[in-house]
Each structure stands twice: as C-alpha cells, then as structure tokens.
Write a protein that binds this ligand. Structure first.
Ligand code: SF4
Ligand code: SF4
Length: 358
C-alpha cells in the first residue's frame, strides 16, 4: 500500500471560493488537522507570484485552509524566502509589499506574511542530513523553528528542474540564500554565438558576472552562483548549460534541502499541489497570462511530499499523453531525478494510493 494522496478536480473556472472550499474538503478527508496543534507556529509556505505574474495560486484559493488552521488555534503565517535573482521578492521588505498587493495579508487572509529567512535571506539554521551530496543544509531559521508546516505548491514546469511542485517549494523555497546558492552551484552556464547583445542577462545577473564585448556576452564563472536568471531572461536561447548532468545535480540538491526543511516535522507537515494554471515556467516569471501546458486538473494533498509530486506528474502526463520533458520541449529534462532521489534519502515514497473526492 502506498502513501495516501487525496485528490479533487478543480479549475480556475470554479472561482476562488469554490477552489478554496475544495481544498478544505481535502484537508478534512485527509484528517490533516491531526498534524497541527494549538499554539503551533505554523508556516503556510506559498509562492506569492513575482510582480507581473498572473498565473500564481491566488490568496483566496487558500483562504479556507488558513481558516482551518485558525480554528485549530495554531498561529499560522504566510511565508516564503527571498530569491537569489533580483526582483520584487529579493528581500523581506519588497517581498512583504508584493505579498500584500497579491492579497497574502491580514485584510484578506486574517494572517500576516513573514519572511522566514530575515530581511536579507541570511537568517538560517544549519541542519544535518547526511545526504548523498550534502552533510548539512542551510534552511531559513523560522521554517526550522515553526512547529508545523502547511505547504501549498503551484505545480508547474520548470526550465531547470522540469517539475516545480512540493519538493521544489520545500527544497529551494525554504532554503536560506546560502542554501539556494549551494543548490545552484553545479549550474555553470555559458553563452553561445546566438547571443544578440541585447543586454538583458547583464541587467538581471545578481552577481554582476556577465559582461558584453563587441561580439557577445560573457560569463565570469568565478563570480557566477548558478542562479539561472540569465537562462530565464535570454529570449534568444543563447545561454547554454549541460541540461542532463546539471539539472540532475540541482534536482538532487533540492530533494536534500527539502529533507532539511522538514527536519523535526514528522507528522507535522501537509502538502498541497494545486495542479491548475500549469504553465511551462514557474511563478518567478513576471510574464502575465503565461499559457497553460495542460488543462486544469485539480488539487492533490498528502502528508507525503514525494507521493503528492509523483501523483501530480502522473496526472499531467496522463492527461496530455506526453512526458513532462516533452511538454517543456526539452527531452533531456527528467523530473524523476528529484523524485527518485527524494525517495532514496527517505523524504517519502513514490508509491501512492489516490483517493478521489467527487
Ligand atoms: S540575454 Fe541572451 S542575447 Fe541578450 S546579451 Fe544575454 S545572452 Fe546575449
Ligand atoms: S551568470 Fe551566473 S549568477 Fe549571473 S545570472 Fe547567470 S547563472 Fe546567475
């Protein structure tokens, strides 16, 4: 018997209230209230959506879940860490302002947005995990100190990791700046002759690692932290890296950081994947109205972070008849590098039992 994954069909056409109600039905069906105790500081881990992005999971989609936590008399707070790339989530102040603009605030949800890694993304706790790649990982301090976690991931594709769901939201999204840098360390892109000298990558590189000469852009590999911002912003496909080896390494690193983020939270964590508005790129993109790569599917929830991601991938691939890498137009990308590694290190199980609510 595999881990239980609870599922309900949902679409953005349902409207925000019904989507929220459906998430609550999953919460109740799964008996997830047992994971939260009175006076727990409960981290409600979300992605508030980069400024300009319109396909992120809206605050009102999780309103009912927050109400459940409040009814249990926990102390929930909406949370996400600072990004490596320069944008509106790069530090706690800009992040909190954007969170309010996107409705992740007391007026809408009745609870505040608090960055768990401090003003600058440096408030961290080192967690021993004895993984294959990392003996310890750097996790945002207030994720570590919270007694319980309700993770709400928006399941999407991802240019580097193929799938961006629960494991990614835990591994990358709960790591401090140092933890993120370590996860990205294996990514060392270079710039090909397709470069048109537009300068976008220079503008967005957080480390000032890119310069332009008369012919094209160049990356100083000593300065590069592997954040992949240049891969994301180049419209001409000029930024290259070794998709196979480097994606595999990053995905394994993400799984190991996810293990660190959940340290001490056995039976104190619940994971939701919203498999709606599934775009090729994640919510870090400031692009409005990114097209869906599959029609809306629904919401999956489990106490097993690996099972809930495996179920989401299976559902997307079943609905489209294509592998996730094919949907992303990059056959070399494989989401099972993170899934299988996560299972090997004890984060969860790939075998699951789907319990469908109607
Ligand atoms: S964004 Fe792409 S095309 Fe523009 S300068 Fe950088 S590598 Fe060259
Ligand atoms: S050159 Fe390195 S640090 Fe700069 S944007 Fe690209 S990956 Fe990030």
């Amino acid at each position: 018997m595999g881990s239980k994954v609870y599922f309900i069909e949902a679409s953005i056409n349902d409207g925000q209230e019904l989507i929220s109600d459906k998430a609550v039905r999953l919460f109740k069906a799964g008996g997830f209230s047992d994971c939260f105790q009175e006076n727990d500081f409960t981290a409600v881990k979300v992605h508030i959506g980069e400024g300009g992005n319109t396909t992120y999971i809206k605050a009102l989609y999780i309103k009912g879940l927050v109400a459940e936590l409040l009814a249990l008399k926990t102390k929930p707070f909406i949370t996400d860490t600072s990004t490596l790339y320069v944008g509106r989530r790069h530090n706690a102040i800009d992040h909190a302002i954007l969170a309010e603009e996107h409705g992740f605030c007391p007026d809408v949800l009745g609870i505040p947005f608090i960055s768990p890694d401090g003003l600058f993304g440096t408030a961290e706790t080192s967690i021993k995990i004895n993984g294959q790649l990392n003996k310890d990982v750097s996790i945002a301090s207030d994720i570590v100190r919270s007694q319980s976690i309700l993770s709400v991931a928006h399941f999407t594709g991802h240019i580097i990791t193929c799938a961006a769901g629960t494991i990614k939201t835990l591994g990358m999204g709960c790591a401090s700046r140092k933890g993120k840098m370590r996860q990205h360390a294996s990514l060392k892109p270079s710039i090909s002759d397709d470069c048109r000298r537009c300068g976008e990558c220079v503008k967005y590189c957080p480390e000032g690692a890119i310069t332009l000469d008369d012919i094209k852009a160049h990356i100083d590999k000593d300065k590069c932290i592997g954040c992949a911002e240049c891969v994301a912003v180049c419209r001409f496909g000029a930024v290259k890296y070794d998709w196979g080896a480097e994606s595999q390494q990053i995905q394994k690193n993400i799984a190991e950081h996810a293990l660190g983020a959940l340290n001490g939270k056995k039976n104190k964590a619940v994971f939701f994947n919203y498999i709606i508005s599934v775009t090729k790129d994640c919510d870090c993109f400031k692009t409005p109205d990114m097209p869906k790569m599959v029609d809306d599917i629904g919401i999956a929830a489990s106490t097993d972070p690996v099972a809930v991601d495996k179920a989401a991938i299976d559902m997307v691939e079943k609905k489209t008849g294509e592998k996730l890498g094919e949907l992303l137009e990059n056959n070399k990308l494989n989401p099972f590098w993170q899934i299988n590694h996560a299972e090997q290190i004890g984060l969860g199980r790939t075998k699951y039992e789907l319990i469908e609510l109607n």
